[in-house]
Design a protein around this ligand. Sequence first.
Ligand SMILES: Cc1cc2nc3c(=O)[nH]c(=O)nc-3n(C[C@H](O)[C@H](O)[C@H](O)COP(=O)(O)OP(=O)(O)OC[C@H]3O[C@@H](n4cnc5c(N)ncnc54)[C@H](O)[C@@H]3O)c2cc1C
Length: 424
Amino acid sequence: MSQATAAPVTTGPDGMETVESFRLRARAWLAENMPRLPEATDDVAPEGDDDAAWVRARELQRTLWDGGFAGICYPKQYGGLGLSEAHQHAFTEESLPYEMPLLLNVPTLSICAPVILDMGTEEQKLEHLPKVLRGDEVLVQFLSEPSGGSDLAGLITRADRDGDVFRINGAKTWSTSAYAADFGLCLTRTDATVPKHRGLTMFLIPTKAPGITMRRITQVNGSTEFCEEFFDDLVVPASSVVGEVNGGWTVGSRQLFHERTAVGGGSPYVSGQGARSAGTAKLDLAELARETGQGDDPRVKELVGEAYAQEKVQEALIGRIVSAVEKGQFPGPSASIIRLFHAETDQQHVDYEVAIAGSAAVTGPAGQRSAGYAGQHYLMRQGASLGGGSTEMARNIISERILGMPREHAADRDVPFNEVKRGR
Ligand SMILES: Cc1cc2nc3c(=O)[nH]c(=O)nc-3n(C[C@H](O)[C@H](O)[C@H](O)COP(=O)(O)OP(=O)(O)OC[C@H]3O[C@@H](n4cnc5c(N)ncnc54)[C@H](O)[C@@H]3O)c2cc1C
């Protein structure tokens, strides 16, 4: 393995390596150490539910770590490089021709690890973050429950204190890739005698501990990357609390911020071109138009152009929102704007894939980068407006917390949780 230090390092007046120097070093290192992607691949099979793909992602992350290119925006004391988003951006641009551990981007690197970084104890940061950056630990989110995910603060999974430990009982669902993970951030209720937001606690729990039964959920497109978990007296030490006991809403809110930013495409912790998840690879609309003999059709050209323009607007919007939130010019909930725009853009793209593919969307071969895939991809269409919180909730946040419109009625506001009426 050649070391990243082989190429010269140029630093700026602030003592930090310049972006250009970092880019050149990354370019040379990537060429020598990361496997090139095949020239053209027809295979768009889901990666998220393939065990070998997870082993591969961990290996690739380890290669980045050994070469000194893991955790570009993570602080140095936890194994990162302590560099800026511009450095990460340069690395991502250089990494496009190479195989990268994209499966680790969401939620491990861009949601869960940043929550530990922002809200964890020093021991938790030192214990988990270097392992994450080395590819030794995969993290997931245990938030949604069978009773519903939008009203997150209304969750019913309990954690009861028992001396030095907590006992967790309840159920979580829709946990992306939990079967491949080592630890999960699990939001629980620790006090039901106070209003819902004030009695929650976040835990970082091992996914393979006795007391957890995990099952994989088969989706309509055949993917089994989602899991559901049942907790029966799962015992966890008090040291696994992230943040304060009964302060879980603060931690959960931070997690939702990172989630909306990641899903919206603006996380500084994502390395390489985005995330890879089951059945979500996009088709190139211009190629699809040519493949189906419609390259000169004005109606089709209009669809291709419109989708391209929307993606360009999305890129610009992400840049604008992320930098404004960073500078404190926009409030944190603004991450919901890019999360909402992601769903609109993604769903428009899928709709145009089907519109251009026509009947070939259902008759063509699936799992190939061709018209037949459009029908398969369409089955995942609604995921874009649910994963990372629904678009309805994003609209609520934008209207209430950014535009200052009146808050929607909530019958449980300021009512102790155990006095709130609930359906069975
Ligand atoms: C691709 C994907 C990945 C996911 N990964 C994870 C994961 O890793 N971990 C995890 O915990 N969860 C995960 N989820 C679950 C996701 O967070 C939930 O699906 C989402 O929060 C919505 O919750 P729900 O499905 O229970 O729908 P519900 O909360 O039951 O909502 C049903 C519908 O009612 C609407 N609705 C609800 N309340 C309101 C309101 N107040 N105003 C307006 N409309 C409302 C919703 O928008 C939705 O359309 C994932 C989901 C997807 C699709």
